[in-house]
Design a protein around this ligand. Sequence first.
Ligand SMILES: Nc1ncnc2c1ncn2[C@@H]1O[C@H](COP(=O)(O)OP(=O)(O)OP(=O)(O)O)[C@@H](O)[C@H]1O
Ligand SMILES: [Mg+2]
Length: 261
Amino acid sequence: MTATDTDLTTGGAAGERALEAAGLRRRFAHPGGDVDVLRGIDLTVTAGELVTIAGRSGSGKSTLLAVLSGFDTADAGSVRIAGEPITADVPWQRCALLPQALGLVQELTAGENAALPLRLTGVPAADVAARTAELLEALHIDGLADRYPPELSFGQQQRVALARALAPRPTVLIADEPTAHLDAGTTPAVLSLLRAHADHGSAVLVATHDDTVHAIADRRLDLAHGTVAPTSGDSGDTVVGGLARSTWLDIPPRPEERHRP
Ligand SMILES: Nc1ncnc2c1ncn2[C@@H]1O[C@H](COP(=O)(O)OP(=O)(O)OP(=O)(O)O)[C@@H](O)[C@H]1O
Ligand SMILES: [Mg+2]
């Protein structure tokens, strides 16, 4: 094991409660009347688990993920990462978010964006470069590292933002529709990295409308009317639209140990 591996490995033991939320409520004020988007959300994601959240557009998925990752504050309730209350300045090594709006720094290149959380926490430059290069290659954007966000397609930008979130090997990874702008040829690389991240001991929570993402999840939750509940009947090869889930996706081999030795 190298120094890099030791410094950047933050996943917990399988089964540990990595992400815990209780009684989350979030209300937005609108001229036509306030909207209660989150009405008492309880959820737990354990180390080593990949959980997906489904829900109609506008159901509150992004609102929930912003609260869980410390980017927004709930009106009531609590969020804990590895037992510690979430704060707005939570290090990305503990909790990293891939936001739906991506949030790339326009003045930085793709490579610099992906490296930013590691650079800000003082990881040696050589380790940052190695880790970022590995992720950009795995996401098939290694040839674009010197381009600025406006010079990239939205799907390419989305993969840069995913690399940025994965680079610190966060204890909790939260991703908001990580495959929304990808084609069928590019999506498997993203699925593979998300699954591998959970398999190496992190907690992964993904909001998605994409059935290929639900297919690699350990559990699926549905968000509706401000609360979450396990998807009814979601065990094994659910048949939807006449196709068994396992036939929808030819999941590629998981990345070798090079992604997390
Ligand atoms: N900052 C805000 N101020 C006021 N209303 C908001 C704000 N953010 C979200 N909303 C409202 O909260 C509701 C939930 O929005 P949210 O973005 O969480 O939905 P979503 O499930 O992520 O949808 P999508 O699948 O389209 O991404 C919507 O009705 C939205 O208009
Ligand atoms: Mg959303």
